[in-house]
Design a protein around this ligand. Structure first.
Ligand code: ZN
Ligand code: ZN
Length: 389
């Protein structure tokens, strides 16, 4: 009989260890070393993948399918402003997305599962993934994380403060948005602000672009297919009385639908068409560049049904499992829909005003409700035991 309560303290302590020692994407060297030591102590044989990632197999006593469980490891470039004894000891770097908890949950699940191999038909592939915030997953896929043995199904958890503690967010279909970073460079012709007729002003052009592209989401795309276009950075000019030569703008374009390729291409094509047309009207030359960040995370229907019927029903009241999706990006899509593997991402609610964990992700005062860590451990363990029964 599994007694998860025995692991409550350990999962909290592990999470606090990682919280104290956050590392940025692809620099998770100490995190990686700690994980490898922990897994080696369990009798496993962890291997390095994609610079700082770790992959380790738990082989069941009997042959069967391969299940991938993934935790991301990276922290963010944020100076922590929490008043806690386990505050970040790495200045300017903070676990402000809950990935410290993800590592802790999967390590403790590995401990429990490595002692249950006689119940396992198949193989569990534990993946500790670097640099989630910048599509680290694609590097692991290139290095063969989905092969040897070939993965039959993948699952992951994200601790999530917008969902209250005690609730779980899960649904089939698109749950996290496809995301592109865009960069626009506008080139005009500088000059004296007293005689604009002798110059080409990229700033007035930029202002028009920022306003006009918003009509893509409100006038060109089905309102039931959410799209968000945001500018996060704009730079241009040197002085109040000089017409600028160039303006650079950066932002993100996100959409949440499982469309075919045609559908997925649409917002970007519309965006480029509009920017180029505006630039032509203003006689400004432009470059528009899209850098893919992550694909839409699309939970597979059968995997969601499996989780609800075989896993979550052992942990939580059915009415506390709520359908949830959001416009955040996640590279977990690489382990499932983008590579045609069944699976699902589960949101474990960890928002609790009583412990100050109702703060949005990526903020300097972000925190999680540590009592929800055990829920994550349970989901990992039961998913593996039920899937490889
Ligand atoms: Zn994040
Ligand atoms: Zn995250």
């Amino acid at each position: 009989m599994l007694n998860f309560e025995d692991y409550k303290q350990e999962v909290i302590e592990l999470r606090r260890h990682f919280h104290r020692h956050p590392e940025l994407g692809f620099q998770e060297y100490e995190t990686s070393r700690f994980i490898q030591e922990y897994l080696t102590d369990l009798g496993l044989e962890p291997k390095t993948i994609a610079k700082t990632g770790v992959v380790s197999l738990i082989k069941g006593k009997y042959p069967g399918k391969t299940l991938l469980l993934r935790a991301d490891m990276d922290a963010l470039a944020i100076q922590e402003e929490n008043d806690v004894e386990y505050i970040s000891e790495n200045p300017g770097v903070m676990h402000a997305c809950g990935h410290d908890g993800h590592i802790a949950m999967l390590l403790v699940a590995a401990k429990i599962l490595s002692r249950r191999t006689e119940d396992i038909h198949g193989t569990i592939k534990l993946v500790f993934q670097p640099n989630e915030e910048e599509d680290g997953a694609s590097f692991l896929v290139k290095e063969g994380v989905l092969e040897n043995p070939r993965v039959d199904s993948s699952f992951a958890i994200h601790l999530w403060t917008p969902i209250p503690s005690g609730y779980i967010g899960l649904k089939s279909g698109p749950v996290m948005a496809e995301m592109y970073n865009f960069k626009i460079v506008l080139r005009g012709k500088g000059g004296h602000t007293s005689s604009p007729q002798n110059s080409v002003d990229p700033i007035v052009c930029a202002a028009n672009i920022i306003q006009t592209v918003q009509s893509i989401q409100t006038r060109e795309i089905d309102p039931l297919e959410p799209t968000v276009i945001m500018f996060g950075k704009i730079q241009g000019g040197t002085s109040s009385n000089i017409i600028a030569d160039t303006v650079e703008m950066e932002g993100t374009l996100r959409y949440l639908y499982d469309g075919d390729d045609e559908g997925v291409q649409q917002p970007r094509r519309r965006f480029k068409r509009m920017v180029e047309a505006i630039c032509e009207a203003y006689r400004v030359s432009c470059e528009v560049e899209f850098l893919p960040s992550s694909y839409t995370v699309i939970n597979e229907e059968k995997s969601v049904a499996f989780l609800k019927e075989c896993v979550l029903n052992q942990i939580i009241d059915g009415n506390k499992v709520v359908p949830y999706c959001c416009m955040g990006g996640e590279d977990f899509s690489e382990y499932i829909n983008h590579n045609n593997i069944p699976g699902a991402l589960v949101f474990v609610g960890t928002g609790n005003p009583a412990v100050g964990s109702d703060i949005p992700h990526h903020r300097c005062d972000f925190n999680i409700d540590e009592k929800t860590l055990l829920t994550g451990v349970k989901i990992h363990v039961l998913t593996a035991l039920e899937y490889l029964k």
